[in-house]
Design a protein around this ligand. Structure first.
Ligand code: CP
Ligand code: NVA
Length: 312
């Protein structure tokens, strides 16, 4: 088994042992960084980072992470690349493959990332599409292990929009044997194909997957509560309408009271306080959102080391 030269477009493409390999190396690299031990496993390597959407965490954690691994990262805004003026993705893929050792891309269409990966001869990492956000979901699960000590048998309740986060969390929970209930308003359920993929993996791992329109019932017995914005990047025009539709799909003190005692609260950030989560919950003792944000750095370093270096 080896992740060397593979792409990371979707967690569904990884085996369970590959997921654990990423988590284990994340732990090692986090420890090394905390102890000040040099870990230049990507010395001399470069990562291209294409952004068609805004970012704070993804951009900074990939760029800093690459530096800490001894390599360098290039921020490539789609506005400045020729891709923004219509150069085909397949040409961009082949040109960048001649210069850099890996590409992280954040864009709208998942198919565009698949096309980039198809034509590139270097690893392509999905830094968020409208369909999936795999790096975030891996950092989330790493955060759960840190706080809960294990994954199998735990229950996650995702309450909110059936978006890229919901899809990626379904994938990861199914891989590691965590139960997951996704509660969304009717008509905003997660992508059917992603749910089917998660169900296929759940058959192997033993996790239970539930899709519902009942947010409070979803929180019952949950060890991890998760939410994300009601309107994702690209859906700004729907923001007002969504506020009405999603009003009952908020993580607040009532949700916490229903979940298991000691449940942790995650949010990929950025958060809209007073919409999908209340200020008291995100600032409260059960919230681990800033550990979660930090872990983007450690987990993505592991992903880059495994995909782009192939050695520790
Ligand atoms: N969670 C996340 O991906 O944050 P950014 O949009 O700031 O990168
Ligand atoms: N669902 C959100 C996640 C942001 C990290 C979005 O796509 O905007």
């Amino acid at each position: 088994m080896s992740l060397t030269c593979k792409d990371l477009l979707s967690i569904h493409d990884l085996s369970t042992s590959e997921v654990y390999e990423i988590l284990e190396l994340s732990r090692e690299l986090k420890q090394k960084q905390q102890q000040g031990i040099e870990h230049h496993v990507l010395k001399g390597k470069t990562l291209g980072m294409i952004f068609q959407k805004s970012s704070t965490r993804t951009r900074v954690s990939f760029e800093v992470g690459m530096w800490q691994l001894g390599g360098m990262a290039l921020f490539l805004s789609a506005n400045d690349l020729q891709i923004g003026r219509g150069e085909p993705v397949r040409d961009t893929a082949r040109v960048l493959s001649r210069y850099v050792d890996g590409v992280m891309i954040r864009t709208f269409s998942h198919a565009e990332v698949e096309e980039l990966a198809h034509y590139a001869s270097i690893p392509i990492i999905n830094g968020l599409t409208d369909l999936l956000h795999p790096c975030q979901a891996l950092a989330d699960i790493f955060t759960v292990v840190e706080h809960k000590g294990n994954l199998k048998g735990l229950k996650m309740a995702y309450i909110g929009d059936g978006n890229n986060m919901a899809n990626a969390l379904l994938h990861i929970c199914a891989k590691v044997g965590m139960d997951i209930t996704v509660a969304t308003p009717a008509g905003y359920e997660p992508d059917k194909r992603m749910v089917a993929q998660a169900q296929a993996d759940a058959g192997q791992s033993g996790s239970r997957i539930t899709i519902t329109n009942q947010p409070l019932a979803a929180a019952e017995g949950a060890d991890v509560l998760y939410t994300d914005v009601w309107a994702s990047m690209g859906q700004e025009a729907e923001q007002m309408a969504r506020r009405r539709v999603f009003a009952d799909f908020q993580i607040n003190s009532q949700t916490l009271a229903i979940a298991n005692k000691g449940a942790i609260v995650l949010h990929c950030l950025p958060a809209h306080r007073g919409e999908e989560i209340t200020n008291d919950v995100i600032e409260g003792p059960q919230s681990v959102v800033f550990d979660e944000a930090e872990n983007r750095l450690h987990v993505q370093k592991a992903i880059m080391a495994l995909l782009m270096g192939g050695r520790r």
